[in-house]
Every structure is written in structure tokens, then in C-alpha cells.
Design a protein around this ligand. Structure first.
Ligand SMILES: [Zn+2]
Length: 463
């Protein structure tokens, strides 16, 4: 049995969150009634001319900068010719030889190192319209009674990010996709929601023996829209290809569909040669030449990216917690509290278990957290801090009483008033402890520190 490794490359598509479509002024609106956002340009009426969406170009450059890509001085839109009912022009406007963003990289932080995935290119194109297969049980064309086209999606600006085949496992592919998705979302350029179809991925998978140079024929699994299914589809393709190679069978370069309900890959079509889309420069659009000062100002606007934040927080809380905080989007909250003196791990815990709060409330919340107030006061403080400026003094009055000299007489009085329960406890039923603690809490209006009360009651009842 040989030692095999997977060779995986990804093509990720994200719908850009612009107000209007790529080449016309139709509004982008997810979930709008079918064919309510169309015009002569996106329906390809003769003589209608495209006009570039400047915002989409800026969004693409932003993503390119975040992925350390070279930004082209001259990018060219090209026609990609093919026929399909959801493509009224008979071609898609894309970028071919001169994409807006050239080679780059995304470094994924892992414990004790990083995994680097090289980006081959990122370019801008328009999405096709959406074909809906009606009347069948599965929503696929097989068994459908009619196929309808919704042109609302046609012309949506679509960012395509193509990686080099640097990924070696399903888990690594998912780590890459999650970090890329979070980067896209934080840049504010796309909602990148797989379940809504605003983020999709094509996965290229082949295998080779460890140490082998070059690549074997690959399978392309198209249009994946769930992280779980992407992981499973990669594993299924790797399993089947290894089995085929070991049995001496030929693996043919093909595109595949992944059937999630049965966990099976079915051949969509085999292609021994690349498709010929007869690309040529789009004659109705001028080349895109982003001015250097525009690129510089977009670079200056970039926020601190998730990978960098994980690395920065890691020394305070360790890799696992830093990774969890950043990937759940809770790191900024934790950092605000830590900056006000809350111990880092406690701040991380609060950030992950409490709701959002206004940043200007961080000093007040830090003071309240450090003052050991009652749970009820803490709940009230966080509930209020989400929507209005709070004053720590309003909550600090409810500090817990942890002072033994104040609590001891109360504990003594409660034990004296309940001789039967004391006897029960001493007889071995330690569950009665909760009764005493509850009584003390009631006597102090909930302000007693339960940990201290617990200890005092135990000490008093000890034989
Ligand atoms: Zn339109």
C-alpha cells in the first residue's frame, strides 16, 4: 500500500454586496419576486451597452489587498462564450488573461505555525441568471415538468478567487474557506452566506504518492454550497481515486456532482481537454486601470485581518482560545474588557458568553466585573450595556457580600432556626446544604457570595 496525499485547489465565488448589478443599474435584492430586477442590459437586448460598477471594482481590489495580491495596473474584461438558457447574451463578461488581482497568499494560523495557501488570481465577473427546475421532487432537471429562469441574479457582480493546488486535506480546505469567508465578511464586500448562495466553491481534487512530482488527473466538484458537504465530497473523491490508482484503473479528468443525501459523487461530464470558451477582450468596455492613489487609499482602509488578530491575541490566551475568539467574532469585545484591566481569560469568557455591548461601556463593565457584584446585577448591566451608556455606580451598589464577619452571624442564626435540617445533614444527607445556602441568600437579598456561604455552612456543620 502506497502513501498517498491529496492535492486540492479551490475556486471560490462570492456575490459582492453592491447596491446595483455589475454592468447595469438594476438593484440587487436577495429574495425579490422573480424577474422584478431586470433591464435591457442584463436581459441582453440588442444595442444595450454595459457600464462598469465602480464599487464592485473597489471591493475586488480590497479583497486582493487583503490576500496580498498584486493589483493589476491594467485589467481587461473578456467575453467567455458559451450557450446556456440562463445566459441571455450567449457569453459571460469575465476576466481572463488580465485579472484585476494577480498572485497572492492567505496564511492560516495553526497551533505553532501557519499553513500558507497561494492565491493564483482573483477576478471580477458577472453571475448568470438562476434556472429553477419546477415540478420535480428533487429540484433537479431530471423529473422536472418545466425549467424557468429568474433573471434577477443575472449580472450580479461575482468575485472569483482561485487558489494554487496547495491544500493537502479536507480539514485544511475547510480552515482555508472559513478564514477566507471571515475575511470577506469583515471587509464588508459580501455577506458570503453559503445557504443563500452568495458564497459557492468549486473543488479540484487529485491524489499522488507522497514525494511524487507533478499532478495526476483531477476531479472538479462544482457548485458546493456547504462547508460540511465540501469536506465530505473531498474525502469521498480522495478515497475513490486512491482505490482506482491502486487497482490500476485510469482516473479520467472529469467534473462531478456531489449528492449530499447519499454521500455519492456522480460524473457530470468527462473532459479530456479544456473547454474552449473562445475568450476575447470585451469590445464594449475599456480596460480597468486603477489609479495608484485609489489602491493606496483602499490599502489604508483595510481593517486588521482575522489571521493577524489571532497572532496578536495568542500570547495572552493561547492559540485555541485566540482562534475561537476571533473566528466567533468575539475578540474585539474581549480586548475592550482586557484593556480595562479584566484578566484576559475572564474577558474571553465574558465575551463569548454575554451579548454585545457598546464599546464606550467597556470601562463601566470592567469595573462591575471586577467588583464581584451579584449575578442579577451583572445580567442587568450587560442587558443595558447593549443599547445605552451605563453608569457603573448603578450596579456596584449590588456588590456581593463576601465578608465573613458579616455573613457568619446570619449563618449561625439560620442553623439555630433549623435544628431538624442540621440533624439530617449530620446524619449523612449532604444535599441539605443547598437548603441552608438558599436561606442565607434569601436573608441577604441575594447579595451574599455563594462560594463563601457554602464554605461557612460546611465549616459550621462539620462534626
Ligand atoms: Zn439590469
Amino acid at each position: 500500500m502506497s502513501d498517498w496525499e491529496a492535492v486540492i485547489g479551490l475556486e471560490v465565488h462570492a456575490h459582492l454586496k453592491t447596491r446595483t448589478k455589475m454592468f447595469c443599474r438594476c438593484a440587487l435584492e436577495y429574495g425579490a419576486g422573480e424577474n422584478t430586477h431586470t433591464c435591457p442590459v442584463c436581459l441582453a437586448h440588442p444595442g444595450a451597452l454595459p457600464v462598469m460598477n465602480r464599487c464592485a471594482i473597489e471591493f475586488t481590489i480590497k479583497l486582493g489587498l487583503a490576500l496580498e495580491c498584486e493589483i493589476a495596473e491594467r485589467a481587461i474584461f473578456a467575453r467567455k462564450n458559451y450557450f446556456y438558457p440562463d445566459l441571455p447574451k450567449g457569453y459571460q463578461i469575465s476576466q481572463y488573461e488580465a485579472p484585476l488581482c494577480g498572485p497572492g497568499r492567505l496564511a492560516i494560523p495553526v497551533d505553532g505555525g501557519e499553513e500558507v495557501v497561494r492565491i493564483g488570481r482573483a477576478h471580477l465577473e458577472e453571475d448568470a441568471a438562476k434556472t429553477v427546475h419546477a415540478g420535480g421532487a428533487t429540484g433537479r432537471s431530471v423529473g422536472a415538468t418545466a425549467s424557468l429562469v429568474d433573471f434577477n441574479r443575472g449580472g450580479t457582480p461575482l468575485l472569483e478567487i482561485v487558489t494554487e493546488p496547495d491544500i493537502r486535506s479536507a480539514e485544511e480546505a475547510l480552515r482555508f474557506l472559513r478564514l477566507l469567508r471571515q475575511t470577506i465578511v469583515e471587509l464588508g464586500i459580501s455577506d458570503a452566506e453559503m445557504e443563500k448562495g452568495t458564497l459557492r466553491a468549486d473543488v479540484n481534487v487529485s491524489v499522488r504518492e507522497r514525494g511524487e512530482a507533478g499532478y495526476r488527473p483531477r476531479w472538479e466538484i462544482k457548485n458546493m454550497n456547504s462547508f460540511t458537504f465540501i469536506g465530505r465530497a473531498i474525502e469521498a473523491a480522495v478515497r475513490r481515486q486512491i482505490a482506482a490508482h491502486e487497482a490500476g484503473e485510469t482516473v479520467v479528468q472529469s467534473t462531478y456532482d456531489y449528492e449530499a443525501d447519499t454521500d455519492v459523487l456522480t460524473v457530470h461530464r468527462s473532459k479530456e481537454e479544456a473547454d474552449d470558451y473562445r475568450y476575447f477582450p470585451e469590445p464594449d468596455l475599456v480596460p480597468v486601470e486603477p489609479p495608484a492613489d485609489l489602491v493606496d487609499s483602499l490599502r489604508a482602509e483595510l481593517p486588521e485581518l482575522p489571521g493577524a488578530r489571532i497572532r496578536r491575541i495568542e500570547p495572552s490566551v493561547g492559540f485555541a482560545l485566540a482562534n475561537e475568539l476571533v473566528s466567533t467574532g468575539n475578540d474585539r469585545k474581549a480586548e475592550l474588557l482586557a484593556a480595562e484591566g479584566v484578566e484576559w481569560r475572564a474577558a474571553a469568557n465574558v465575551a463569548m458568553n454575554r451579548g454585545d455591548f457598546l464599546p464606550e461601556n467597556a470601562p463601566a463593565l470592567a469595573a462591575i466585573l471586577q467588583a464581584n457584584v451579584t449575578r442579577e446585577a451583572l445580567d442587568r448591566a450587560f442587558a443595558a450595556a447593549a443599547g445605552e451608556r451605563i453608569d457603573a455606580a448603578d450596579y456596584l451598589a449590588q456588590a456581593t457580600v463576601g465578608d465573613e464577619s458579616a455573613l457568619t452571624p446570619i449563618v449561625d442564626a439560620i442553623l439555630a432556626a433549623n435544628p431538624d435540617q442540621v440533624a439530617t445533614y449530620r446524619g449523612g444527607k449532604e444535599g441539605v446544604l443547598g437548603f441552608f445556602v438558599g436561606q442565607v441568600m434569601r436573608e441577604t437579598g441575594g447579595k451574599a457570595d455563594p462560594k463563601v456561604v457554602n464554605r461557612l455552612v460546611r465549616e459550621k456543620l462539620a462534626p
